[in-house]
Design a protein around this ligand. Structure first.
Ligand code: ZN
Length: 309
């Protein structure tokens, strides 16, 4: 059931060799109490192994998932993260893990204020250790209140204004977390996505999305090599045979024209099964794209999995 340290070489698209290193339980093993208990018990080992392997200056460049939507990245010798959290901040009785190694991060990017993306306690520890925080303008007040970083630790991310931090080029853009109701009104939470040039690759992280409006993609200065798209196919729809946003989501991920597409935000065990996305849904997206004759390959990227190049 568990596949620690198994390497699965994958060759895709333009022939760029990639390796997925699988450290996590695969498929839907957490879908009952017993399975969830196994995932919980295995988590400290997953965390320790992931940090031990990924948090070191390269090569290779690598992007790995510490939890459903917590990215740990190393590019060109710079270690950075997006929305790092400790799952114990989210899930009662989740085992504690050692966050101290994260003090080696150069910087952290934040996307939005939801609790599965924003861990004020962890960020306070990191900021006190000298890690820079790149904070969207819509989160500044929250970060000031909950993290209380020194002013020099904070860089403000504003949509369309590029930043370069530790050799990493970062272009923030408006995210897709607001949904449109039947009357056409947008409601929801402000969010920021990032287009990043690092390690010789163009990376795009749209963040959580709750609408897939074709008119709202940002103009990017380059073609993304890797897209990391958070999987979400409709509220409470994870057990539906055909989730309502399957087609809209499939078209959304293709529209970025990325050379490699990874679907993340998988196995968020703090959610009920009706809202928990897994490899089963990755397969649905894959089959749907095949059905509508879109010849792209999509891969799931769950906790403990990484892409390296
Ligand atoms: Zn969210």
């Amino acid at each position: 059931m568990y596949c620690y340290g198994r390497n699965e070489p994958v060759t895709e698209g333009a022939g760029v060799p990639l390796t997925h290193e699988v450290l996590a339980p695969r498929s839907a093993v957490e879908d009952d109490d017993e399975g969830l208990e196994l995932v919980r018990a295995a988590y400290p080992a997953l965390w320790a192994t992931a940090l031990n392997r990924w948090l070191r200056p390269g090569p290779p460049n690598q992007i790995g998932m510490l939890y459903a939507s917590s990215y740990l990245v190393q590019t060109g010798g710079t270690c950075w993260a997006i929305d790092p959290i400790l799952p114990s901040s989210l899930i009662p009785d989740w085992p504690a893990v050692d966050a101290q190694p994260l003090r080696q991060l150069s910087f952290v990017l934040l996307t939005h204020a939801h609790s599965d993306h924003f861990d004020g306690g962890l960020l306070a520890m990191l900021a006190a250790s000298g890690v820079a925080l790149i904070v969207p303008d819509h989160m500044l007040e929250l970060v000031r209140d909950r993290v209380r970083p020194a002013r020099r630790q904070v860089l403000v991310a504003r949509s369309g204004i590029p930043l370069t931090v530790a050799g990493v080029d970062i272009l923030p853009f408006d995210g897709f977390h607001k949904a449109r109701d039947d009357a056409g009104t947008l409601s929801g939470i402000e969010s920021t996505g990032y287009y990043i040039v690092a390690g010789g690759r163009n990376l795009v992280f749209p963040g959580d999305a709750r609408h897939y409006d074709p008119l709202t993609l940002p103009d990017l200065p380059g073609v993304p090599d890797y897209l990391f798209a958070h999987l979400w196919l409709g509220r409470g729809a994870a057990l539906a045979p055909e989730p309502p946003l399957l087609d809209a989501y499939g078209r959304f991920v293709v529209r970025w024209r990325a050379k490699h597409i990874y679907l993340a935000h998988l196995h968020q065990v703090s959610r009920p099964l009706t809202d928990r996305w897994t490899e089963r849904h990755v397969e649905m997206v894959r089959q749907h794209l095949k059905q509508i004759d879109v010849p792209v390959k999509v891969e799931g990227l769950g906790p403990g999995q990484q892409v390296k190049w």
